[in-house]
Design a protein around this ligand. Structure first.
Ligand code: C2O
Length: 345
């Protein structure tokens, strides 16, 4: 059977490994739950590369994050607030939510075929909340284009200390212009070499290594299964995705907060742009010809579901099968050169 969405009322303590955390990351509860239907799309939002954003779009994004941060203060229980949005990741990834009907069995949305769908829905509502707060239906999240040499450092918009997009809890040695090293290989210091290694790593996880859809997406995860662990994840999740988290997590903090641990990752505004690029990788992989079928048709995958608050603060239940077409969800990615497709070793 498919994984069921969590019961928010039963949300409990979050953990890192076996250590209980003293943060409460449980969402507000609600008695009304609606099955979510994708609204009709009139115009696509276009997610653009963060390092290429124009001034107007940067200003808009700052304003949106500022408004979300303000909600934290005016009403800490408003599910649209920045902390509440960050807590979603903690609750779904650090054991605060149990599987319904399986008390004590944590939900874990990483390391399985649910990785891409969960994060797509998460960003979808995050973006819609911002668009709604801004009263701008064209608002789109910028993506951190870390698979392109020009994006292989933290985008400058996240590194201005007085900006709502800044987070002090990052590895200070890796602020720009430090070059992102996806393989976390500290013995290589030549920038050109790091960049070319990053491109080969991208080629490998996107094209060279996967021999099946689940190799790329992650293994099956169903109702009643034990929480999946790292080896069960797909090539992209375990590769570039984890690389970016580990690269910027702050080594001065016990659990590499913020972006270096699940429970705190969403506190870093760069997290959402990182994941927009992870989501973009899913769209690109879908279009790359391969000698295995890309679609996973197992009903336990299609019918798996999650729970989120939408931009009207309504609690909604969403299905994996409804997130396969990002354009039907109302957004697309600006098209930029993809150099790693030519980086076959
Ligand atoms: Cu849910 Cu990049 O982690």
């Amino acid at each position: 059977a498919p994984l069921l969405p969590p019961e928010f009322k039963s949300c409990g303590v979050a953990y890192v490994g076996d250590d209980p955390l003293d943060v409460n990351c449980c969402p507000p509860t609600s008695d009304v739950i609606k099955d979510y239907k994708l609204p009709p799309v009139h115009r696509l939002r276009v997610r653009r590369a963060a390092h290429r954003l124009n001034q107007a779009n940067v200003a808009k994004y700052k304003r949106a994050v500022k408004m979300m941060r303000d909600l934290d203060v005016s009403d800490p229980t408003d599910p649209r607030g920045f902390s509440q949005q960050a807590n979603i990741h903690c609750a779904y990834c650090n054991g605060a939510h149990d599987q319904v009907g399986h008390e004590g069995l944590d939900i874990q949305v990483h390391f399985s075929w649910l990785f891409f769908p969960f994060h797509r829905w998460y960003l979808y509502f995050y973006e819609r909340i911002m668009a709604d707060l801004l009263k701008d239906p064209t608002f789109a999240l910028p993506f951190w284009n870390w698979d392109h040499p020009k994006g292989m450092q933290l985008p400058g918009i996240f590194d201005e200390e007085d900006s709502p997009l800044y987070d002090p809890n990052r590895n200070q040695d890796r602020r720009p212009p430090a070059i992102l090293n996806l393989a976390l290989n500290s013995t290589i210091i030549d920038p050109a070499q790091i960049i070319s290694n990053n491109l080969s790593l991208m080629y490998g996880e996107m094209i060279g290594t996967p021999a099946s859809a689940t190799d790329f997406m992650g293994k099956a995860y169903r109702d009643g299964d034990a929480p999946p662990t790292y080896p069960d994840g797909g090539t992209s999740e375990k590769g570039s995705h984890t690389g970016v988290h580990a690269w910027f997590g702050d080594p001065r903090n016990e659990y590499s907060e913020d972006i270096g641990n699940f429970y705190s990752a969403g506190r870093d505004p760069a997290f959402y742009s990182h994941h927009a690029n992870v989501d973009r990788m899913w769209t690109i992989w879908n279009d790359i010809p391969a000698d295995y079928p890309k679609a996973i048709t197992d009903p336990d995958y299609l019918d798996a579901s999650f729970m989120f608050y939408d931009e009207t603060k309504q609690l909604v239940r969403v299905k994996v099968a409804d997130c396969f077409n990002h354009k039907k969800m109302g957004y697309d990615y600006e098209s930029v050169d993809i150099p790693w497709v030519r980086s076959k070793p």
